[in-house]
Design a protein around this ligand. Structure first.
Ligand SMILES: CCCCCCCCCCCCCC(=O)SCCNC(=O)CCNC(=O)[C@H](O)C(C)(C)COP(=O)(O)OP(=O)(O)OC[C@H]1O[C@@H](n2cnc3c(N)ncnc32)[C@H](O)[C@@H]1OP(=O)(O)O
Length: 223
């Protein structure tokens, strides 16, 4: 599913974000950036009610127009068409936490240096939980995706069986969050990953994730 030895497509080879591999994904990344901005504006703008109602009507026209186009429901549906890239490429675009074409994703970038995984994420105000800080569920989601990608280097990637997060101090909004993870243990189909999240050089949370290689390939689980 993710071939780290593929010189053409290894999205985790360097800190530089892998560019979109087709015009379609370039266009979808642009769409996602606008929607990501709108997500933040939806929770921060203090415009008049009239302005909000007018702009919402504009956006509804755009949404209704896009809704008339053909759709692929899920990564595997995109894979099946044969026109959008392989699973790794499509996941790199659409993943809920790390996808560059997914407006929900908090801008998570991941790269591997040998056995160590690095990452950066940044959560704007739509991700607020406690006042001024990132919602703990999003901190956990970032760890899930980050540790989940970092385990690929172990060669037997799996699904999250359990994820334990220790919240040491509140994680600030609108701040670069740096991530680091290493494999702690691997036994058979089980891989244990440990990681930490830092803001301004201080660790805000640590996490341990157990990933279990499924007995059946992921593609068949989706059916
Ligand atoms: C091919 C994969 C490619 C992946 C692509 C990489 C990217 C992935 C993206 C990642 C980022 C996104 C991440 C996401 O969002 S992944 C989404 C969140 N996770 C899930 O939805 C997983 C749902 N669960 C399952 O599918 C199955 O239960 C799994 C696959 C996890 C195990 O079902 P399987 O039938 O295989 O298990 P088994 O019964 O043979 O047990 C095997 C061993 O494991 C132990 N055990 C089992 N469950 C748990 C548990 N929950 N905690 C602790 N231990 C557990 C069990 O005791 C036994 O140990 P032992 O007796 O041998 O000592």
């Amino acid at each position: 599913m993710f071939d780290l030895t593929d010189p053409v497509f290894n999205p985790y080879a360097s800190e530089e974000i892998t560019p979109p591999h087709t015009r379609e994904w370039a266009a979808k990344r642009k769409l996602a950036r606008v929607l990501h901005q709108l997500n933040e504006l939806a929770v921060t703008c203090n415009a008049s009610v009239e302005e909000i109602e007018a702009r919402t009507a504009d956006l509804q026209v755009v949404a209704d127009s896009l809704a008339t186009a053909p759709r692929c429901l899920g990564t595997l549906a995109f894979v099946k068409t044969g026109d959008h890239g392989n699973y790794g490429q499509i996941n790199h675009e659409l993943n809920a936490v790390g996808g560059h074409s997914n407006p929900l994703a908090p801008g998570l970038n991941i790269w591997l240096e040998g056995a160590v995984a690095h990452g950066v994420a940044r959560c704007h105000h739509a991700y607020e939980g406690p006042p001024g800080f990132v919602h703990g569920g999003y901190v956990a989601a970032i760890f899930d995706q980050f540790l989940g990608m970092a385990q690929i280097a172990g060669g037997r990637p799996g699904m999250t069986g359990s994820l334990s997060v220790r919240y040491l101090r509140p994680t600030p909004l609108d701040t670069d969050l740096t991530l680091r993870a290493e494999m702690a243990e691997t036994v058979g189909r089980k891989t244990v990953m440990r990681g930490e999240m830092l803001a301004g050089g201080k660790v805000t949370a640590t996490a341990e994730g157990l990933f279990i290689e499924p007995q059946r390939p992921l593609q068949t689980l989706a059916r």
